[in-house]
Design a protein around this ligand. Structure first.
Ligand code: FUC
Length: 770
C-alpha cells in the first residue's frame, strides 16, 4: 500500500446551502468558510481576537465569607440551602461571558450568462486549498481560497481558461457595528468596533487584476474583463492581550498585506502546510465509496455502508482543523475552533474548561501536531494572574484557579449558574503541558513552562482541600468542597435533587492526576540537585489523605459522587467520573482491574440510558472504549459519531456545530491504534474487524517516540519505532513480537506480546510479529 495524500479531499457537486456545508480554511489567526456559490460566492471571515467584552474585575468580594457557610451546609447534606447561598454570593460579577464574533462576509457576485456545467467544489486537506470549479458556455472558471500561515492573509485566486472573461462585484458586510470604505482603487475596507469599549477591528480586501480593470466606488469593488484576479484579505483587531487593546488594526492590516505574487504565496503556503500535515499518514482500507462526493459518502455511511476511508478522511480532517485553528503564537481553538458566523454564538464560542477546551487538544501530541498545542499553554499563562486573584478573593487560597469557562479577557470566576462553581478548570488544564513534556522529553519546557503552571494549580488545590468531618462517608479524608460532577445532578434518598456537593469523584481524579504529575515533574527536575522538596512532601501527604474512589456496593459501578446517589438523568452527556480512565491514567486496564471493571459497568449503564448523545460525549466514548481495549465498542461509538453527530462538511454537530467532537473523534481513532499512557507503547490496542488491512505512520508515543504500524488480516505485521531520546521502550501487542536491533541492545521478552529494550536517541527499531 502506498501513501495516499491525494485522497484526503472533501468534495461536493453543489454549492453550500448553509454555513455548515461550507468548507473551512484557517491559519490559526484568521479563517474563512467558503460556500462555493457560482453567481454569488459567500466567504465568511473570522479573526480570532474579535471577541465582544473587555477585561474587568469580576471577583465577588462576598464569596469568601459565604464559602465557610456553604461548606458547612454541604457537609450537613443541606445541598439546596447551600445552592441558594452560593448562587447569590459566590458567582462572578457579572457572571456572563461575551461572545466570540464573526468578522463579516466577503460577497462576490459574478455575472453568469449561460448554463452552468461541471460544477465541483472541494477542500484538499493536503494543500489546505478550497477550490470551486465550473464552466459556463464552454469557459472553465476556477477559484481557489487558502489561509496562509506564512504570509498571514487569505488568498482568493480566480482564473478562467478564456482571456478577459472574469468580472465580479465585491462587497464586505457584517451584521452590526461595522461599515465599509474605499481605501484605494483596488482596495476596500471593513471596519468597526465591538460596543464602545471593545476591540476595534478591520479587514482589507486588495485586488490584483491581470488585464481588465478594477475600481472601488463607495462600498463596492468592481472588476471587469480580467484574465485572472487575486484577492488578498488581511484582518486584524486592536487586541494585544487581555489588558491591552491599543494596537492599530489599520496598520496591522496594511503590514500583513504581502508583496508577493500569487504563485509565491501558494508555494510557500503548501510547503508550510505539508510540513505539518504530512507527518501522519493513515490507511484503514479503501472501498469504491472513495469516489463519491463527501455528502453522499456520509449519507451512505449513515445508511449502514462501510467506508473505512471516510474514517481516515475524518481523522485527517481533525488534524487539519487543529492546524487551521491553533498555530504557534495564536489563541487556542475555541468551541468552534476559529470558525464562527454568529454575533452571539452558541455558548459564545468560548473556552469551556470542564471538558471542551481540553478535548480540543487530545489529538495534538499523538497526532504529531505538538506545536499546535503551544497556544493552549500561552493562553494558560494569561490566566495565572487573574486566576490568582480569584483564588484569593473567592477561596482565600494561593495559586491560580479557573472555573468552567473562560474567554480572552482573563475570565476566571464562577459563571452561568451554581454549576459554574467548579474550581477545577486550572487543575485539569495542567495535564496538557505535562503531556507535552511526556511526549517530547523536553526538560527545558518542563522546568520553565509546564511545572510553574502545574505548581500554581496544585498550590490552589492544596489550599482548597478540606477535611471531611465526622459522620460523612469519607470522614477524616481530604475533599473538595464545594464540588460538582460537571453539569450532572443527583437524587438524594429524600427525593430531592441537586448538583452541588462535596468530593465529586472527578475532582479526586483530577487532583490525583495533577499531584502525581507534579511529583513526577519534581523527581525529573531533581536529578541534578533536590528541588521543591517541601512542596513534594506536601503533595505526597495530601495524596495519601485524599478521599478514595468508591465502587458502589449496590451496582458495582464507580460512584460519581461521595454517596451512592441515584441519577435523574442516567444517560447524562458528561461522564466526568470516568476521567481516571481517560484522559487520566489512574485507572488502567492491567494496573487497576477492579476499578476498570467498575468504570466498564458505569459506561455500560450510561450507554444503555442514551449516553453519548452530543458530539463530544460520543467522541469521549470512543476514547474510553479504546482504553478498555474494546475494539467493536470503540468502533460502534465512532460510527455513531459520524452517523448522528456529523454535518455535511464533516464538522461535528453537538448539535449545533461544536468542534470538540472532531478533535475528540480524531484522538479516539489514534487511541484505537496506539496508546502509551501506561508506561508502554501498546500497538493496535483496539483494532476493529472493519479495518482489516492498513497502516498508520507518524503517530507519536510518550517517551519521545514516533511510530508507524502496519497490519494485515487484523493482525500486527510490523511496527517501526523512531526514538528521539535515550529511554526504556516497552512494547505491547496482541501477538508475539520481536525487535530487530543490533547486539548492543538487551531485549527482554516480558510476557506474551510484550518486550522491553533500551532505545537510543536517533535509532530506529523494527518490531515484527512472529
Ligand atoms: C458544556 C457541555 C455542553 C456544551 C457546552 C459548550 O457545558 O455540557 O454540552 O458542550 O459545554
Amino acid at each position: 500500500m502506498s501513501d495516499n495524500f491525494d485522497r484526503y479531499i472533501l468534495w461536493y457537486r453543489q454549492p453550500a446551502k448553509e454555513w455548515v456545508e461550507a468548507l473551512p480554511v484557517g491559519n490559526g489567526r484568521i479563517s474563512a468558510m467558503v460556500f462555493g456559490g457560482v453567481e454569488k460566492e459567500r466567504i465568511q471571515l473570522n479573526e480570532e481576537t474579535l471577541w465582544d467584552g473587555y477585561a474587568m474585575d469580576r471577583n465577588n468580594p462576598e464569596a469568601f465569607s459565604a464559602l465557610q457557610e456553604v461548606r458547612k451546609l454541604l457537609f450537613e447534606g443541606k445541598n439546596n440551602e447551600a445552592t441558594e447561598i452560593a448562587s447569590k454570593k459566590m458567582m462572578g460579577i457579572p457572571d456572563r461571558i461575551k461572545s466570540y464574533q464573526t468578522l463579516g462576509d466577503l460577497t462576490l457576485e459574478f455575472p453568469i450568462n449561460g448554463e452552468i456545467e461541471n460544477y465541483r467544489r472541494e477542500l484538499d486537506l493536503d494543500t489546505g486549498i478550497a477550490k470551486t470549479e465550473y464552466s459556463v458556455n464552454g469557459t472553465k472558471f476556477t477559484r481557489e481560497v487558502f489561509a496562509t500561515a506564512v504570509d498571514q492573509v487569505i488568498v482568493i485566486r480566480i482564473e478562467s481558461d478564456k482571456p478577459k472573461s472574469i468580472s465580479l462585484k465585491g462587497t464586505m458586510t457584517r451584521p452590526q457595528e461595522a461599515s465599509t470604505k474605499k481605501v484605494s482603487d483596488n482596495c476596500l475596507m471593513l471596519h468597526g468596533q465591538c460596543g464602545t469599549k471593545g476591540v476595534r477591528f478591520c479587514a482589507y480586501v486588495l485586488a490584483d487584476v491581470e488585464s481588465g480593470n478594477v475600481n472601488v466606488i463607495d462600498e463596492e469593488m468592481s472588476i471587469k474583463n480580467a484574465d485572472s484576479v487575486t484577492l488578498l484579505i488581511s484582518a486584524a483587531t486592536s487586541y494585544v492581550n487581555q489588558n491591552d487593546t491599543s494596537a492599530d488594526p489599520y496598520k496591522r492590516c496594511q503590514d500583513y498585506l504581502p508583496d508577493k505574487s500569487y504563485e509565491e504565496l501558494k508555494k510557500a503556503h503548501i510547503t508550510d502546510h505539508r510540513s505539518l500535515f504530512r507527518r501522519v499518514e493513515i490507511n484503514l482500507g479503501i472501498t469504491d465509496a472513495v469516489n463519491l462526493p463527501t455528502d453522499e459518502r456520509l449519507e451512505a455511511f449513515k445508511n449502514g455502508g462501510e467506508d473505512p476511508h471516510l474514517i481516515s478522511l475524518y481523522f485527517q480532517y481533525g488534524r487539519y482543523l487543529l492546524m487551521g485553528s491553533s498555530r504557534p503564537g495564536c489563541l487556542p481553538a475555541n468551541l468552534q475552533g476559529i470558525w464562527n458566523e454568529h454575533i452571539n454564538a452558541p455558548w459564545n464560542s468560548d473556552y469551556h474548561t470542564n471538558i471542551n477546551l481540553q478535548m480540543n487538544y487530545w489529538l495534538a501530541e499523538v497526532c504529531n501536531l505538538a506545536e499546535c498545542h503551544l497556544p493552549l499553554f500561552d493562553y494558560m499563562d494569561t490566566l495565572v494572574e487573574p486566576g490568582g486573584k480569584t483564588a484569593q478573593i473567592h477561596y482565600g487560597a494561593r495559586g491560580w484557579v479557573v472555573h468552567h469557562l473562560s474567554d480572552i479577557w482573563g475570565f476566571t470566576v464562577p459563571a452561568d449558574g451554581v454549576w459554574g462553581i467548579w474550581p477545577m478548570g486550572s487543575a485539569w488544564l495542567c495535564q496538557h503541558p505535562f503531556e507535552h513534556y511526556l511526549f517530547s522529553g523536553d526538560r527545558d519546557f518542563l522546568a520553565k513552562r509546564a511545572y510553574p503552571l502545574m505548581k500554581g494549580a496544585a498550590r490552589f488545590i492544596l489550599d482548597f482541600l478540606v477535611e471531611a468531618p465526622e459522620g460523612t462517608p469519607v470522614e477524616g479524608k481530604l475533599v473538595t468542597n464545594p464540588s460538582h460532577s460537571p453539569e450532572n445532578s443527583f437524587r438524594k434518598p429524600d427525593g430531592t435533587t441537586s448538583m452541588f456537593t462535596y468530593a465529586a469523584t472527578m475532582d479526586l481524579e483530577i487532583i490525583h492526576d495533577l499531584f502525581t504529575n507534579c511529583i513526577e515533574a519534581i523527581d525529573i527536575l531533581s536529578e541534578d540537585e533536590p528541588f521543591d522538596v517541601e512542596f513534594r512532601a506536601e503533595l505526597e501527604s495530601a495524596l495519601e489523605r485524599l478521599a478514595p474512589l468508591q465502587i458502589s456496593k449496590k451496582t458495582g459501578r464507580l460512584q460519581e459522587w461521595v454517596e451512592d446517589y441515584d441519577e435523574p438523568e442516567p444517560g447524562h452527556r458528561h461522564m466526568s467520573h470516568i476521567y481516571a480512565l481517560h484522559p487520566g491514567r489512574q485507572i488502567t486496564l492491567r494496573g487497576t482491574p477492579d476499578l476498570t471493571e467498575a468504570v466498564r459497568k458505569s459506561l455500560e449503564y450510561r450507554l444503555s440510558h442514551g449516553g453519548g448523545h452530543t458530539g463530544w460525549s460520543r467522541a469521549w466514548l470512543v476514547n474510553f472504549m479504546a482504553r478498555l481495549e474494546e475494539p467493536e465498542k470503540a468502533y460502534s461509538n465512532l460510527r455513531a459519531l459520524l452517523e448522528k453527530c456529523t454535518l455535511k462538511n464533516l464538522f461535528d454537530n453537538h448539535p449545533p456545530f461544536q468542534i470538540d467532537g472532531n478533535f475528540g473523534g480524531t484522538a479516539g481513532i489514534a487511541e484505537m491504534l496506539i496508546q502509551s499512557h501506561a508506561g508502554e507503547i501498546n500497538l493496535l490496542p483496539a483494532l476493529p474487524k472493519e479495518w482489516k488491512d492498513g497502516y498508520v505512520k507518524g503517530l507519536r508515543a510518550r517517551g519521545g517516540f514516533e511510530v508507524d504500524i502496519y497490519w494485515k488480516d487484523h493482525r500486527l505485521e510490523k511496527a517501526v519505532i523512531r526514538a528521539s531520546l535515550d529511554e526504556n521502550c516497552q512494547v505491547r501487542a496482541k501477538v508475539p513480537i520481536r525487535v530487530e536491533a543490533d547486539e548492543t541492545i538487551v531485549v527482554k521478552d516480558i510476557d506474551f506480546g510484550v518486550i522491553s529494550f533500551y532505545a537510543q536517541n536517533g535509532k530506529i527499531y523494527v518490531i515484527k510479529s512472529s
